[in-house]
Structures are given as C-alpha cells and as structure tokens.
Design a protein around this ligand. Sequence first.
Ligand code: F3S
Length: 436
Amino acid sequence: MHEVILTDDEKRMLQGESGLVAQKCMEYLLELCRVSGASRLIDLDGTGDFHTPMTSMSPYYEFPIEELRKIVDEGARFAIPTFANKAPFLAQPPVQGWEHCDVCAFQNDECLQSDPAFHHKAMREEWYELYRRMGMMTTHSCANYLVDTYWPTQGQHCSWNESSAIPYCNAVLGARSNIDGSFATCFLGKTAYYDMHVTENRYATVLVETERLIATDTEWDVFGFAVGEDAGVHVPCLTGTAKPTTTQLQKLNAAMNTGGAVRMYHIPGTTPEAPTTSYAFGGKTPQRTVVIGDAALRKAYDTLNYHTGDIVDMVYLGCPHLNIVDLMMLARKLDGKKAKIPFYIMTAPWIYHVAQEMGYVESFEKAGAHLMTGSCLAAMGAVPKGVKTIALDSAKQAYYITGCYPDEDNKLEVCYGSQDDCIDAALSGRWRGEWK
Ligand code: F3S
C-alpha cells in the first residue's frame, strides 16, 4: 500500500483531537487516498455538491447522530459552500409536486410518495435539519449547477457528485472535481488529490470525430452515450459538433457519464481549457482517434430504446432536471393539449418558484402533466403501479430505470426518443418515435 502524507493538523484530526466526527471524516478521506492512489489531501477552495442520500461516506454508518447534534450545537459548519444534491432520505421524495407522485417508495406498497405523512417525515428528517444548520443549501438537484448561483471559478478545487454535474464542473466551468461530494469532503473542506485535480490528467487522450453534425438535443444525448461507451474513463476531445446549448450540455454530460465514466472532455473553441484542439491534448498526439458514425449512433439509440409494442403507459421528462428555458419551451408546446396518460416533468426545486410565477405549472396541469422537483424516477427506484412501458427522452434515465426492475418477468420497457416523440406519446398513448 502506498504512503499517504498528512499535514500535522490532519494527523491530529486522525488521532481524534478535533472530535469523533472529524476523526471519522479523516479516516474516510485516508481510505479515499488509498483506493484512488492519492499520496496526499488537497484543501478545497471551490464548492461542495453533497450527495446526501447515498454517498459512501454517510454518517448513518460512521458516527452516531448524537455526535453530529453535539458539534452542530457547538457551532460546527461545512468548511466550503455546500449544496444538497437530490432530495433527502433514501426514498428521495420529490420536493414539490409530490402530491401527484403515485410511486411507492422502496417499492413498498405502504409508503406512497404522495402520502403527506410520509413526505413530511422524509423531508424533515433530523440528519437533514442538522445539515441545514451546518449551512447545506437545499438545492436538492442532481443539476444544482443550474441554480446554485455560486459557481466555482476556473481551476478551483471542488468536491461534486452526479453524472451531469461532474463534467459540468470540469469541462464547462473549468473547475476541478472528481465524483466524491460527501459529508467528509464538505465538512473538512478536503479531498484526495487525484484524477481531475491534477493538471496532467485533464488533457484529452482520445480524438472523437463524427459523420454527421451533432446538433439536435437527441443527437447530443445519443452521441454522448456512444462516446461514453467508447471512451470509458479516458478524456475525449469532441469534434464535428455544433455549438451546444445548456440543455445539450446537460444531456451530453449525463449520457457520457452513463455510457462510460467521462468526468472531463473538451470541445475545441467551446470549453475553457481547449481554445484549440492542440490545447485540448496538451500539445501531445492523440492516443487514438475514433469515429462515432451513423452506425454507432443507431446502435446507441437501439440500446436505449427497448420496447416490444407501441402502447405507452407513462411519459417522463426531466433527466437531468430541466432548466427554466426548457420549462418555458415545454409549456408552449403543451399549450391547448391534453395528455391521455400519466405525464411527469422534473426540475430543480429552486426553479419551481419561477415556473410557478411564469404560469408554467398551471399550463402543465391544464395539459395533464405534473411538475415535480428534486428527484427522479430512477432515484426513487420505481414507476407508478401498472406502468409497463414508459416514454423518455434521456439516455441516462432510459439506461438506469430498468435497474429498478431486476425481475426478468416484470421488466419495464422504454420508448426512448426526442422530447417531441414523448409529447406525441403523452397525447396519443402510442409510440411513433424513430431514429432520424
Ligand atoms: Fe438526475 Fe435522476 Fe437523471 S438524478 S441526472 S434526473 S437519473
């Protein structure tokens, strides 16, 4: 096992001189160094994206709540600006719109997400109250970069989480983060110094070319999934694309981190660390060039689109969480229309208030669609009872939602396509989407 060099302060924390909570956090960070190969910790000067429900460092398993209560009463706070990734509690309830969420938490018939008592209990759990008192901002979104209003600047070291957020931090903002946003990193303001914190690891290694201009939202999504499958953990440099919109970057990031584990990428002329292709590669030659052609895109689309019939039971949009412009465009598209089947839309809680003020929530309701926030079906781990086929426009959601149904006889089927295909399915109850 390699040696991890700690500062005197860090050593004292590890010995328990700053209390049990800090000691357990140090033990966790030391373990993170060991598994990642890091030889030291780094002080964070950016922000934290605290994946509250499921990150490996969870006080549920590491120290009793009494210890946390005690230090919070004494004034303990997170060391860096910390934002909550997702809704609280393991069931990850929607924060708003939960009244319409006909999903059983834990796939347990007795815990319905729309039950007021269950919702209240989940949202006011004591751990969360304590995190709030420590300064955790209740953004509750996998895409909290859309709303947190305090973005790290280029080169700042962060501790974030989530598939669309990590490449957003690295590739789009030029800040630095691995997938490790946790209580320990946010509380101590430290993390293991490895992977994307190190300049040399951020250069591209794989040059990606295309046969068609990647321009539509669906093309970015499918392209991202195909690139991820090919690149794995490597850093791709994407060429042959149009300038992406924010929505398309969200889709690209989530899809690349689903098909593979892409934490960083470059689009020459668009992302901040790649003014040119040569910069993207740090002046070196690509290790390999891959062409994501039409056949590869078609293959990725077919992987995501798995259904045996054309009857659709439900439509779900909002993975990653929709931004405010997405909501505006969607409200316009649904104006005067009426869905025939259950239709959920997901966004970040802080966006909900603006959507309400703009009248979008009411527009969605008139169209038979419900706006929810702070969670997603894959995170909740279920769909409403009786739903056998769902229509989606997200590679990530399409890929993970089946994981909720490990039973082969009870497998959820997915119609994957564009947002317009999904709207058509909501209005008709049929799937007519196809790869274009
Ligand atoms: Fe977010 Fe759920 Fe998608 S966590 S990225 S909406 S799978």
